[in-house]
Design a binder for this molecule. Structure first.
Ligand code: SAH
Length: 379
């Protein structure tokens, strides 16, 4: 009954331990969900390997066929016309958030990237490609199934061209600036689309000397540079720094400097040197990939935020993030409050934000709310 209760509570996953009988389902099959008394509860994607044995597709009895799939993709994309209007790049289909569990489709200009992250979605890949061609007439569809989670499904990591041109680099606009994305080799599917709205929001506060830690291809640095005297962008990846340089050039900006370094080391040394900034962005990778890492993750967030708060001039802003689902907003607020006390700074919470709206948060699915953003002002 636990599996059914979960579905009734609005969560789309059933764990293997709650499965009574798989009915001989093939890996990745679309199956009918029934309880012990054979009452129908919906249709789901079955995985023979993952702890998440079933991912709910629909509570309806209507067959989940190609037309149904096409309708869901169309609905997801149509909503982007409302909430991501004019964005050069955005997430068209965001997995559970668009009722298409484990399917991710991102649009970069006239190119699409696709991730099918479960056995079931992977089996639907040929249909998905055809539907994307019909609905969007893209120049190219690139597979970015080089995601580690595929291993949990017994699926191999693979990338390649599913349709059209072998596009690697593409330049598109975001928040009125140009950005290049490496669709074949960049992190995630090319970029961190979930930060688009936060970059626009952060720009309102940008001024003076800015520091962008974990800058990747320089998206925050480039977006905010027009409002700042000087910007320093830091990342440990040499490839990222090369892309950041390219993004700076694409926008004819001359006030940004890039440095390949470990941000923890840099922040410690800069703090000890007594450096000062007016705007600091901290956008680290997920520190708590598992719940068991929560405590050490919070120590990491505290350390970063402590250094940053110490280095901010009065009136300066810290834009700080956690993209770990296991770190709640309350956890992050607590870590930052503790950092502020240690740094002897009085801090105003100016904005509390989350991921861009093209990465929808489902009310009854906490896992879909992963990104936390605090915009803070130091008095
Ligand atoms: N702010 C970026 C996204 C950052 S993703 C954007 O808006 O697009 C996190 C980045 O942190 C990655 O580019 C990764 O290379 C970098 N990174 C991870 N650990 C790091 C460390 N210890 N020091 C510096 N950079 C690190």
């Amino acid at each position: 009954m636990r599996g059914v209760d979960r579905i009734l509570s609005g969560h789309p996953w059933i764990y293997r331990t709650d499965l009574i009988d798989d009915g001989g389902a093939e890996p990745g099959a679309i199956v009918r969900l029934v309880d012990r008394r054979k009452r129908f509860f919906g249709q789901a994607l079955y995985s023979s390997r993952s702890q998440i044995a079933l991912r709910l597709l629909t509570r309806e009895a209507r067959e989940f066929d190609r037309n149904y799939l096409a309708e869901r993709i169309h609905a997801a994309a149509s909503y982007r016309d409302v909430i991501a209007k004019g964005a050069g790049a955005c997430r068209l289909v965001a997995s559970e958030g668009d009722l298409l569990p484990s399917l991710i489709v991102d649009r970069y200009g006239d190119c699409l990237t696709v991730q099918t992250l479960s056995q079931g979605m992977d089996r639907l890949k040929p249909d998905i490609v055809e539907i994307l061609k019909e609905q969007f007439t893209p120049r190219s569809i690139i597979e970015r199934n080089d995601a580690a989670v595929r291993a949990l499904e017994g699926l191999s990591e693979q990338t390649g061209v599913l349709f059209g041109e072998d596009v690697s680099e593409i330049v598109v606009e975001e928040n009125g600036l140009k950005f290049c994305y490496d669709l074949r080799g960049g992190q995630k599917t090319g970029g961190f689309l979930d930060q688009r709205e936060n970059r626009a929001a952060a720009r309102d506060y940008a001024r003076g000397r800015m520091l962008d830690c974990f800058t990747y291809s320089g998206a925050f640095a480039v977006t905010l540079a027009g409002r700042c005297e000087s910007v320093l962008g830091i990342d440990s990846s040499a490839d990222a720094m090369a892309m950041a340089q390219r993004n700076q050039e694409l926008n004819n900006l001359t006030n940004i400097e890039w440095r390949e370094a470990n941000c923890f080391d840099f922040l410690k040394a800069a703090d000890q040197r007594g450096e000062r900034f007016d705007t600091i962005v901290l956008d680290p990778p997920a520190f708590a990939r598992q719940k068991s890492n929560l405590e050490s993750a919070l120590r990491g967030y505290k350390e970063l935020n402590l250094r940053a708060l110490k280095m901010l001039n009065p009136g300066g802003h810290l834009i700080t993030f956690s993209c770990s689902f296991h770190v709640s907003e309350a956890n992050l607020l607590e870590a930052v409050a503790s950092a502020a006390l240690d740094a002897h700074r009085t801090v105003v919470v100016v904005e509390r934000r989350t991921q861009s709206r093209d990465h929808p948060i489902l009310l009854t699915v906490p896992e879909t709310h992963y990104l936390k953003c605090l915009i803070l002002r130091v008095l």
